[in-house]
Design a binder for this molecule. Structure first.
Ligand code: CMX
Ligand code: CO
Length: 140
């Protein structure tokens, strides 16, 4: 069901500072910068590699307000890995199958994610403490 690691989501206080760090230390390049009001984030996608089932990225996330998922995470735990996003071919089908196994779906239906993707989150309490995101990339 999982095709690839689409991205690792990393929470930070200052997006531009963290982009500069990933560019200078790892030589990554920003391929998209977006504000997602629904998710409460200002974010950047940095391309890592292309594989047979699509690309992988680092997603840097800065909260738009303290009272957002990433804002609360930063206040509680500080900067660091916030979630893992896995690529799937059919997100509606994946949600149905995963939900049927008793994993709580934060999103019953897909929402809008970075670069035109459809995304949905699974509850970290049902995934061993890992906030998990499913990503269906847009058709090219
Ligand atoms: N990873 C693992 N556990 C997490 C977590 C994370 N990122 N965020 C919160 N938790 C845990 C907390 O530690 C807490 O556990 P305890 O009760 O044992 O302390 C529990 O989940 C509830 O946390 P909370 O402080 O009440 O936090 P929220 O109200 O933010 O609820 C969650 C948590 C996962 C439901 C919420 O963050 C959410 O809906 N996330 C999905 C949306 C999102 O993260 N969007 C930003 C990224 C957008 C993108 O990738 O495009
Ligand atoms: Co993400």
């Amino acid at each position: 069901m999982l095709l690839r690691i689409d991205h690792v989501g990393i929470a930070c206080h200052n997006l531009e500072e963290k982009i500069a760090f990933y560019e200078s230390v790892f030589g990554l390049k920003v391929v998209s910068r977006e504000i997602n009001e629904e998710q409460g984030v200002r974010e950047a996608m940095l391309h890592v590699t292309d594989g047979p089932h699509g690309a992988s990225y680092v997603q840097l996330l800065e909260p738009l307000h303290p009272d957002t998922p990433v804002g609360r995470f930063l206040a509680k735990r500080g900067e660091g890995v916030h979630h893992i996003g896995y690529g799937v071919a059919d997100i509606a089908k994946a949600l149905e199958e995963i939900g049927a196994k008793g994993v709580r779906l934060i999103d019953q239906r897909p929402r809008h994610g970075s670069m035109g993707a459809s995304i949905a989150f699974l509850h970290p309490k049902d995934v061993g403490g890992v906030l998990t995101e499913l990503v269906e990339a847009p058709r090219r």
